[in-house]
Design a protein around this ligand. Structure first.
Ligand SMILES: Cc1ncc(COP(=O)(O)O)c(C=O)c1O
Length: 398
């Protein structure tokens, strides 16, 4: 098949869900990827905040090779060592006590909500409603579409499963007002990722935790995007002075091998055998990748490095903001950062960066999001800033 026909083939074969950039990526190493024409790109999309240790990190490749030759899949009817080791790593390094492994972020959130509903049934007189916020993103199943407070995701699929109340983000009062005897949980992202890298107000998470404790309802943090070092601590909750009752993880947990997990405090760990399950969840292969990833991140203080390089990157973006008046805001923490423009130019900036060998993400029509590998260097940040500078200078001339 000729190299030019991949997009044609995609057009013909696929349901039309993704808006793809016109490149076919075939290889990656560290923070770089190459397309089928041999062109190199610096990757600041990172598989949508997934490739924490960069592309094909040797420790993960080695762990996968070794595990693939040993045991790939057995059922959860049996104990397996990589799964136990990953559970131990996550529990020992977080404020949570128990874990369930699944295969994606949305499944982790579904599981967390099922756990909260089970808790509601057993401890809160059947309370079942979960409060979430506008501009959140919790995944694509029908239930998580109902949890995701964005019209554009919900409207095509109404009526949605009941049991989710969406309220304004960053408003403690809105959550208080929406809480009733039917409420079993509040579920929030510490920083809203897909919604535009929206930062929580100073005391927002602390106040919500206090409210959940007061009402006896479950406080769930969706750390699928913010967790595993992305914002400069292993988990985002550490920076906001809170401890969730339930936390969900996925994305960066296994360097790109599909995995999800939710963790719970003992007090809300109410599942009985048979009440939840998964065929592939936590299989030896993915957990070997997860162990290699999490061990490396902890042993090499990757969160500390993320904090440093993230501050450096934000500083450089702030200087672009001073140069280009149409940048209205730089926001984010660690290596989850957005730049907002005063008009809807994000797509043209993405395409111009692509042309110059830099991959970036349009998170909103007027905003870019950066989620590079956590091992990115200041030199690579400088290179990205150089390309952005050129692209924005061209945009300024138009
Ligand atoms: C905060 C958050 N929750 C859930 C999800 C859904 O994860 P997945 O696409 O792995 O199902 C995402 C994905 O972007 C996310 O950012």
């Amino acid at each position: 098949m000729s190299q030019n026909s991949w997009p044609e083939l995609e057009q013909k074969l696929f349901l039309r869900t993704f808006t793809r950039s016109p490149v076919t990526l075939v290889r990656g190493k560290g923070a770089r990827v190459w397309d089928d024409q041999g062109k190199e790109y610096l990757d600041f999309v990172g598989g949508w905040a997934v490739t924490s240790l960069g592309h094909c990190p040797p420790v993960v490749v080695e762990a996968l090779e070794k595990q693939a030759k040993t045991l790939i899949q057995v059922s959860n009817q049996f104990y397996t060592v990589p799964q136990l080791e990953l559970a131990q790593l996550l529990v020992e390094n977080s404020c949570l006590d128990r874990v369930f492994f699944c295969n994606s972020g949305v499944e982790a959130n579904e599981g967390a909500v099922k756990l909260a509903r089970r808790y509601g049934k057993l401890k809160l007189n059947g309370a079942y409603q979960v409060i979430t916020t506008y501009d959140s993103f919790h995944g694509r199943t029908l239930a998580m579409t109902a949890a995701t407070g964005q019209d554009k995701f919900q409207e095509p699929y109404t009526p949605l499963p009941p049991g989710f109340i969406n309220v304004g983000y960053n408003s403690v009062e809105a959550i208080k007002a929406a809480t009733t005897a039917q409420t079993c949980a509040v579920m929030l992202e510490p920083i809203q990722g897909e919604g535009g890298v929206n930062m929580p107000g100073d005391d927002y998470l602390r106040e919500i935790q206090r409210w959940c404790r007061e009402k006896g309802i479950v406080f769930i943090l969706d750390e699928i995007q913010t967790g595993i070092g992305r914002i400069g601590t292993l988990f985002a909750y550490e920076q906001y002075g809170v401890e969730p009752d339930v936390m969900t993880l996925a994305k960066g947990l296994a360097s790109g091998v599909p995995i999800g997990a939710f963790l719970a405090k003992e007090s809300v760990s109410v599942f009985a055998p048979g009440e939840h399950g998964s065929t592939f969840g936590g299989n030896p292969l993915v957990c070997a990748a997860g162990c290699a990833t999490v061990k490396y991140i902890i042993d090499h203080d990757i969160p500390g490095k993320v904090s440093q390089v993230g501050n450096y990157f934000i500083g450089k973006l702030e200087s672009l903001k001073r140069r280009f008046g149409f940048i209205t805001q730089v926001r984010g923490r660690g290596l989850l950062i957005a730049v907002e423009f005063n008009s809807e130019i994000a797509q043209e900036v993405v395409m111009a960066c692509l042309d110059k060998g830099l991959l970036v993400n349009k998170v909103k029509p007027n905003a870019l999001r950066f989620m590079p590998p956590l091992i990115i260097t200041e030199k690579e940040v400088d290179k990205a800033i150089g390309i952005l500078d050129q692209v924005l200078a061209e945009a300024a001339r138009r």
